[in-house]
Design a protein around this ligand. Sequence first.
Ligand code: NG1
Ligand code: MG
Length: 521
Amino acid sequence: MEVPTARSLADVYPEASLSVQKSRWQALLAKFEQTYGRPADFVSRSPGRVNIIGEHIDYSLYEVIPMAITADVLMAVAIRPSNETPPKVRLTNVHPEKFPTREFEIPSEGDIAIDATTHEWTNYFKAGIRGASKLLQEKKGKEFTSLGMDVLVDGTVPSGGGLSSSAAFVCTSALAVMKANGEDAVDKTKLTELAIVSERAVGVNSGGMDQSASVFPVQGSALYVSFKPSLTAKNVTIPTTDPEITFVIAQSFVVSDKHVTAPVCYNLRVVECTIAAACLAKIFGLKAPLPADAGPLGISLKGFHDTYFEDKEGIKDNSKTSVPDLQKQLETLIDLTDNYLPQTGGYTRDEIAQILGISKEGVEKQFLSSFPVRAEQFLLRQRALHVFTEALRVLQFMDLLLKPPTTSDGETDSKALMKQLGDLMNETQDSCRDVYECSCPEIDELCKLARGAGAYGSRLTGAGWGGCSVHLVPADKVDKVKEVWEREYYRKRFSDMTPERLEEAIVVSRPGSGSCVYMVQ
Ligand code: NG1
Ligand code: MG
């Protein structure tokens, strides 16, 4: 499937936001001309996302169900002359006070240096150039170097807020570079894969959910993303019910900056899950080594899962296993983890080395040297338990979307559906808070308030430790939930809460559309 070329803004945005978007696009194109003295050739666009369910399991290569939101990153681009050597990139932002103007050259073969130790906005564009250049070199030959570009950026996905501004930015950049170099048909899977790898170049050990959710969606659908055996994404419509199911997103305004917290939060979780996979494989004496797969550290809990059932039950291709059987497998793995990784206080480097039968230096080298991580104890038991139970909840959630409960006259039983979907989201929140330890008191409070005011399900979304929360709320309860948050959370905690900030804090989002290009006439 290819990234579509939008003919009009109605292809890109839901009806309700069209007039706001129209003025935003006009302003972007006018500012482009004013800045660079000529019109843009095209606009590249990718949205942010909210994850509905499947938290912190993408990097263990389990399925997740995010959806695209309306907020997005736009890049108006004009291609620079092809005889310019080396080719130059000029990057400006509609908010230059936050994102200052930059200029740099593209070295031959596109092997652009990225200093991941500084948190610099243009790194994400460089990551896009690097990834896209690699892909284009495979096609056009080693000596290919990208053309230069003049770019003006306008992003509306709040950064550090858990709605994946970074993936939206990298996907938009990579798409812009592909397009500028004459790629008319950009394959969605290829674009997503290159954006995943590109984002890792910026120093975050990320899974692939955000980039998939930014590239693939079609309007009105959530996305079921699988990573194994290879990346695939299926659009799933949310059943129409009365009252309508809505997903409401609420910011906690607790900023969780991954570049600062990763060594003790995000990257540490990635490492804990990877070590758990290695330890479980060793404990069960699996005959085959774990497959080297697309997880950030080469092996994954899903890799362990498939290998375990191949070893014990002779299942050669677990992707063909039925959903009820997959659910049983996960229940088995939950039991095994409970019995065979018993230490609730965690495992030290020495203990891990002992389980794996390697030296402490070996542990350090294999698991702790690719990304900065700081820890003495690794909570393998809790992390594996979260991952397996969460993977199970995703399967159950998908089942409900595909086969919603019905009333005696065969209609969708919306109350029962919302209750069951909501229960699963609430269980995710409990697990994130107590087992995976990636929530925070502010998010817990937003969830509690929402449930009290009529939300069926409430949980953190994205990496956590702050950022955003997502809530399943029937349309007729949205106002009540908002009112309670305003009164009990935002105004109590932030004395300087302005109406504009409140507007930003709560978003009722319908599933939006993914990446696209728009040609400027
Ligand atoms: P955010 O919320 O964008 O930091 C991160 C990861 C995802 C996923 C979630 C947790 C990046 C770019 N994204 O999301 O891949 O692992 O956390 O489910 O690191
Ligand atoms: Mg991000």
